[in-house]
Design a protein around this ligand. Sequence first.
Ligand SMILES: CCCCCCC[C@H](O)CC(=O)SCCNC(=O)CCNC(=O)[C@H](O)C(C)(C)COP(=O)([O-])OP(=O)([O-])OC[C@H]1O[C@@H](n2cnc3c(N)ncnc32)[C@H](O)[C@@H]1OP(=O)([O-])[O-]
Length: 715
Amino acid sequence: MAQYTRISGSVGLITLKNPPVNALSAVVRQGIVDSVERALGEPEVKCLVICGQSGKFCGGADIREFGKKMTGPPLIPVFHAIEAAAKPVVAAIEGIALGGGLELALGCHYRIAHSKAKLGLPEVTLGLLPAAAGSQRLPRLIGVPAALDLITTGRHVTAAEALQLGIVDQVTDHNTVDAAVKFALSVAGQSLDARRISTFPCPRLSNLDAVFEAAMQKVRQAARGAIAPVACVQAVRAAATLPYAQGLEREKELMATLFTSGQARALQYSFFAQRAVGRWSMPSGARWDTSKPKPIRKAAVIGLGTMGRGITVGLAQAGLSVVAVETQEKQLMEAKQAVSGMLERGAKKRGVSPPLGNISYSSNIKTVGDVDLVIEAVFEDMALKKEVFQQLSAVCRPGTFLCTNTSGLDIDDLASQTPNPELVVGMHFFAPAHVMKLLEVVYGPRSSPQAVATAMQLGKVIGKVSVAVGNCQGFVGNRMLSPYLSQANFLLEEGATPEFVDQVLEEFGFAMGAFRMSDLSGLDVGWRVRKAAGLVVPGKPARMRQGCRYSPLGDLLCEQGRFGQKTGSGWYQYDKPGSRVAKPDPWLHSFLEEYRARHGLVARRIDHQEVLERCLYSLINEGFRILEEGIAAGPEDIDVIYVLGYSWPRHRGGPMFYADMVGLTRVLERLEFYHQAHPDVPSLQPCNLLRKLVASGTPPIHRWREVIKKVHSQL
Ligand SMILES: CCCCCCC[C@H](O)CC(=O)SCCNC(=O)CCNC(=O)[C@H](O)C(C)(C)COP(=O)([O-])OP(=O)([O-])OC[C@H]1O[C@@H](n2cnc3c(N)ncnc32)[C@H](O)[C@@H]1OP(=O)([O-])[O-]
């Protein structure tokens, strides 16, 4: 709702009340209309102030209403009524003014912001554009280049930047509503002719075409198939070239296309999924709302390689006290220098001082005796990790949580090295650990709910989106990647090239195709895992392992020392070791030809559809298996992992959302087709849960949990 009160007799105060972010729901919109009308009708009222309750101005349109039947007054006329008012209307912006929230403020005659407020038009991140006249008013207020930047990136700006850009008129460190009331009284009675943004001409640009061409090129490059950023540029162009009323029409047209697009649905699903993963649950019945985390004040990181350094930086930046341990003195010194550099660069960017004092460095593991939680981040080697866990059990005080940063090793096996396995959880960070948003929190069968809650909470404190998942080979992300990569390899055996497979996957929206990504992460990583799993056995029949089809192509490249970018060659060739520019490699092409000839394989023409379906559907099928086994609690968990950790195109929601969009019946049919053609590839065999979902009438994704629950109850 919107509450109307009178302040100092002559100020009408409208307070938006719709927790948690005062979104502009139908009731709020109606409340604004009624309150404005009332204030304008009261002769004693000289001016109006609009604010939001609980220190939040407004988080924009109510996203929960999208896709439902529209009720209540539409936003544009509401904002026009405010702008047309004969009494000054001042927006008192505390906390946030985002999307429709900022558009509401732009409809007001003046804007006063608290110094800690954040403002922005993030609609593009939801697959939309600022369609309550934001795309038309903002360029008129701050000029085309600045508006293009804000609208196409959706970035939030601080109050200070908003003041500099001319979005707000005043910034205060004190009570914003008081400041706005005072300000409103000071301008009461003055002409408002120069305050109505919709009447402003858009500032002229001599190089208009060049500016828009450059903007379009930039978004097309960054967007990888996303349509909203392109529509945002088109809407701003309308503001720059058309009268306001026509610009609004164009904005409406563009919004209509976006609103009904699958991309907007995917991005909005992704928004809610990222929040839903915080409400985790375990098959044991333990849940986020019944498991209390223990506060962590002091943590230790063991092993200061690339991952350990990033984790140390993340913890220190979040204000925690960190003991950073590396047993070799020389490596310890190198790590200290690297960590300090990372902290200094990060602090410079954020305009704060680097939290160097939060970290104490040590070469002695005994120094972690008084910490609340340890994150072990030594080399991915089970024997080494076990040794470290045994040492930690001896030196840590009782009750210390022991976490391991691993991308796939058995958490329970490690936990068995300690007298208190309930205190052990996995924390799978993604490189670079201080930058990547994703954290897989892996619980073993003996991890306590409190240990999981603590790791999840710690993830939140250091700015991660944490997803709780069960213990299995590769957890969720890497386990699903395995059949995807296998298919990519099989396609090469059958006639494709790495360039073609990557091109198809990149056109789909991945930042990098399977082979470019493998070259970047290092081919030796998977080789080591396959060796440990007993798959790389010289002398075995080359293309079968444990009764299933196996491609040794990656192993053969590693045997040649081709580990990817770091060695200057892998699936591609590079100018020099470490170079990032991948070039097709004639050597690789002849190697593939020889390989096919040696194994009697005849290259055939493989089309886009086959590459996409085999790579993606096998990955999705593994996702269904993961859900069936209860390793992930719901499809949102998998989708968040893939969007944040594996560069799955955000505008496609995630693999499970994509399956829903394609249609589960179609996914099932195609998997059946490919499994018939490749009966020795078990990952192409449709899993039970997928069959059950189809049999139960292909419910939409938000209802899958009901079917999953039934499957679990039958087990
Ligand atoms: C043809 C039709 C014409 C339409 C006209 C277009 C109008 C306009 O241009 C479109 C928009 O405004 S688009 C909108 C543009 N605005 C945006 O894109 C802003 C989106 N929001 C954000 O970026 C962040 O939530 C904040 C920074 C606001 C708070 O961050 P934080 O402090 O870390 O908190 P948190 O954990 O993130 O959220 C807490 C709870 O609030 C919930 N919720 C949040 N916003 C919501 C909303 N607008 N709505 C509903 N709910 C919203 C959120 O789900 C969560 O619920 P849960 O049940 O507890 O899980």
